[in-house]
Design a protein around this ligand. Structure first.
Ligand SMILES: Cc1cc2nc3c(=O)[nH]c(=O)nc-3n(C[C@H](O)[C@H](O)[C@H](O)COP(=O)(O)OP(=O)(O)OC[C@H]3O[C@@H](n4cnc5c(N)ncnc54)[C@H](O)[C@@H]3O)c2cc1C
Length: 304
């Protein structure tokens, strides 16, 4: 039976600050995506927990949204409730920082440098939030969140456990128990990282250098979602896509970047269906030419 009973719709309409039919395109780095059937934004973890628990009890589908930098949202939008997590508090204590899920990784990298802590400079390359980064063990320049994460606090609808160790989170290359394991559907509330004492000015110089280098090789100022595919073991997805002759391949206003084969750029007005068609084309062409199966890093969500 569909979850769309009048009592469920009435419950959704009563959620604090909820909006119906909220466009999501402006809430993703791709600039693409249809509307959320119901949408709320919350900084207070308790109100998010109540909403998620209510959805679970009523069988209403939901999606947590961070900065929308790793999502391709369907043109037809998302059914059920979308909750945008915007708590951005943080607390520095010695060499540890506890950061709320809605804080941007780039901001946290600067906070760490300001506190003369080193080991988090890599996060300057991750435009998403702490919550999204825990979800998929974000990483850059050979470093990953799991190397510095001590624990994360969260909420799993229907369960009591509140604190997850790095082991509970079962991190892998761009994945965790939240993305592909027993914690699916759980909310990350905050994460604690442990760094080393360092020189903030040195960290800032390193971050500037890394950002400059990156802007030479990746179209980071365009509308995109970062890497479309994970790198297959021992190779790079960008190299394979380039070798398949697909740089510059186009579908509508979506194009495989000339600068980096693993980026798809929305030149303005691209549809999710255009991007998805390019993803399928890159996958099948790389498989046909090299026998290598590319796995998506970007997540497709919504009504496809
Ligand atoms: C230009 C560019 C460069 C990038 N470079 C990198 C890079 O170098 N390395 C890298 O790893 N990634 C990179 N990315 C991808 C992206 O920034 C990361 O995947 C990031 O971790 C996604 O975070 P987000 O807040 O945007 O999550 P979203 O895209 O909003 O969501 C992604 C997933 O995380 C889940 N999620 C979000 N918040 C929470 C929460 N609080 N609790 C539970 N689940 C949650 C969502 O439900 C969704 O399933 C890049 C993206 C862009 C646009």
């Amino acid at each position: 039976m569909s979850w769309r009973k009048s009592s469920n719709l009435a419950w959704l309409r009563d959620l604090p600050g909820v909006r119906e039919g909220e466009p999501l395109g402006t809430r993703t780095s791709f600039g693409i995506g249809g509307p959320a059937e119901f949408f709320m934004e919350a900084a207070n973890p308790q109100s998010i927990e109540l909403a998620l628990e209510g959805c679970r009890l009523r069988g209403i589908p939901y999606l947590l949204l961070g900065a929308g930098t790793n999502l391709l949202i369907a043109d037809a939008g998302i059914e059920g409730l979308v909750v945008r997590v915007v708590n951005r508090d943080y607390e520095v204590e010695g060499t540890r920082i506890r950061a709320a899920a809605g804080l941007k990784m780039m901001r946290l990298a600067r906070i760490a440098a300001d506190a003369n802590l080193r080991g988090f400079e890599f996060a300057i390359g991750v435009p998403g939030t702490v919550g999204g980064a825990v979800y998929q063990n974000a990483g850059c320049w050979g470093k990953e969140l799991r190397e510095v994460l001590v624990e994360a606090r969260g909420f799993q609808p229907g369960a009591d456990r509140r604190t997850w160790s790095a082991q509970d989170l079962a991190f892998g290359y761009r994945t965790s128990a939240l993305r592909a394991g027993p914690l699916r559907g759980s909310l990350v509330i905050d994460a604690t990282i442990k760094l080393e004492r360092g020189d903030g000015e040195e960290s800032k110089r390193l971050m500037t250098r890394l950002t400059n280098e990156r802007s030479q090789t990746q179209p980071i100022k365009t509308k995109n979602c970062g890497s479309v595919f994970m790198n297959p073991s021992g190779d790079s997805a960008g190299r394979l896509i380039q070798a398949a002759g697909l740089k510059g391949a186009r579908q509508g206003a979506a194009v495989i970047s000339q600068l980096h084969g693993n980026f798809i750029v929305n030149e303005g007005g691209a549809k999710a269906a255009d991007v998805s068609a390019l993803i399928d084309r890159a996958r099948s062409e790389v498989m046909r030419r090299f026998g290598i199966e590319l796995e998506r890093e970007v997540e497709l969500v919504g009504k496809w």
